[in-house]
Write a protein that binds this ligand. Sequence first.
Ligand SMILES: C[S@@+](CC[C@H](N)C(=O)[O-])C[C@H]1O[C@@H](n2cnc3c(N)ncnc32)[C@H](O)[C@@H]1O
Length: 190
Amino acid sequence: MPQTLTDGLRLLRAFVDNPRQVGAVLPTSRTAVRAMLDLADVPSADLVVELGAGTGVATREILARLGDDARLVAVEIDPQLARRLTERLADPRLQVVCDSAEDLGSHLGGERADVVVSMLPFTSLEAGLRRRLLDQLPRALRPGGTALVIQYSPLVLGELRRRFAGVRTRVTPWNVPPAVLFACTGPTEG
Ligand SMILES: C[S@@+](CC[C@H](N)C(=O)[O-])C[C@H]1O[C@@H](n2cnc3c(N)ncnc32)[C@H](O)[C@@H]1O
């Protein structure tokens, strides 16, 4: 079976098991992922963190852009999706963490990332959990770093503006549904 189809079925199964946690029935398109990653300097990063790696569509693209000595920490809460990522993406630069992104700090050992990429479904999550996850974005970033966020609506914009001095927004129609991309800089807390 083609990889895109198996990835789609895996995400659909995860969605059926836990709709609010997964928040999407289709994987994000590679075109949308590329448009999002174009908003940050991934090739110069020493450390990239991805939250909600899912089927790995962004994980693969980050690895394709990342330098040889750089690292990617990909956090995914669903054990089956996380295991599949570990099996499929054997790359010494990649560490897959199966945990909630709320606990990101405990996996970074005091390090901060140059780029944080969030695939988390903020709008479908319970409000308290959403706030705790959003708080991780500025906390995990180095000064001068960029947090990238992909969503299917602009609803999270106000919450991003409260946490970052600068938030750029783009819309890409090359996704089902069309995706809103945010590039956030200058954390105001954390
Ligand atoms: C919209 S899906 C992203 C999937 C990815 N775009 C793809 O196409 O494969 C959101 C992902 O975030 C994960 N997730 C949700 N809450 C999480 C949390 N608290 N910590 C880590 N991952 C989480 C879900 O399990 C799911 O894989």
